[in-house]
Design a protein around this ligand. Sequence first.
Ligand SMILES: [Zn+2]
Length: 101
Amino acid sequence: MAFKKPEMRGLAHHLVAARTMTASQFRRDHWVLMTRCPRCHLDCWVDLDLLIRLSGPEVRLWNGHARCRRYGCSGKMIFLCTPPGEARGAFWPLADDRKPL
Ligand SMILES: [Zn+2]
């Protein structure tokens, strides 16, 4: 089987692969990640360089949460992704519920 560039692999492949991918694999394949707080709706970009520096290259984000960055909000942010080759601005949750947002 020939090598296929990440941006040529298709959405279904990416949404299955994302379950087991590490932060360094997301960075290598040029995924775009963001977080969203379900309580206050704050959206933040995820800087994969910084995330890897703080949490290590092997950290997995599937079903992961992060503390909300808004002052006074106690929400837990969820991770969202745009796989390589997909339209900019279309995000899918890195979680078991996969409705596009
Ligand atoms: Zn919040």
